[in-house]
Design a protein around this ligand. Structure first.
Ligand SMILES: [Mg+2]
Length: 180
């Protein structure tokens, strides 16, 4: 049975957004996990929803880092998640620049995730901090999109997830830790 997923943007949601000067996270020691995201992830895991990160990383296309270096940065996220006994099913990155058909606001990463992981997009949500995150989620036909920013903090997002995600909707057996 397809299960729903909470999709998270990366910079500004999973981790502290890089400063305007840095603009990109270019090394593992510049990635700082948002504690409130781990709380949100705990709710998502507990309710039996999949959790997936979808991120545009044009810095690879620009040659600022390699794909291997991006993978190292993402390992910081995976390590923090497992240290907290939590799960992220996958991380999708659009790295081919503005012409990347998967780059948000295009919905390509959602469709890939749905086919690789048997997800029900019509019951899934996107949580992001930019207009293109919201647009991509809408174009993918998701049930809900939440824009983190001045009006909505990650703490608010936790509350909303606690209130609105139904409990234990289906089994996670067989899907735990297979996708690292
Ligand atoms: Mg962002």
């Amino acid at each position: 049975m397809s299960r729903p997923c909470i999709f998270f943007d990366r910079d500004g949601v999973v981790n502290v957004a890089p400063s305007p000067e840095e603009y990109y996270v270019l090394s593992p020691d510049r990635l700082f996990i948002e504690p409130a995201w781990l709380e949100a992830l705990a709710v998502v895991n507990e309710r039996g929803y999949a959790a997936i990160i979808v991120t545009n990383q044009k810095c690879v296309h620009k040659g600022l880092i390699s794909q291997a270096e991006l993978d190292e940065i993402h390992q910081v996220i995976r390590d923090a998640v497992s240290e907290h006994g939590l799960e992220v099913l996958d991380i999708f990155s659009a790295t081919r620049g503005d012409d990347d058909p998967d780059a948000k606001p295009n919905p390509g990463m959602f469709f890939k995730a749905a086919s690789e992981h048997d997800l029900d997009l019509a019951r899934s949500w996107m949580i992001g901090d930019s207009a293109r995150d919201i647009e991509s989620g809408e174009r993918a036909g998701l049930a809900e999109t939440l824009l983190v920013g001045e009006e909505l903090s990650m703490e608010d997002v936790c509350q909303i997830l606690r209130k609105r995600l139904p409990g234990e909707i289906d089994s996670r057996h067989g899907m735990v830790g297979e996708d690292g």
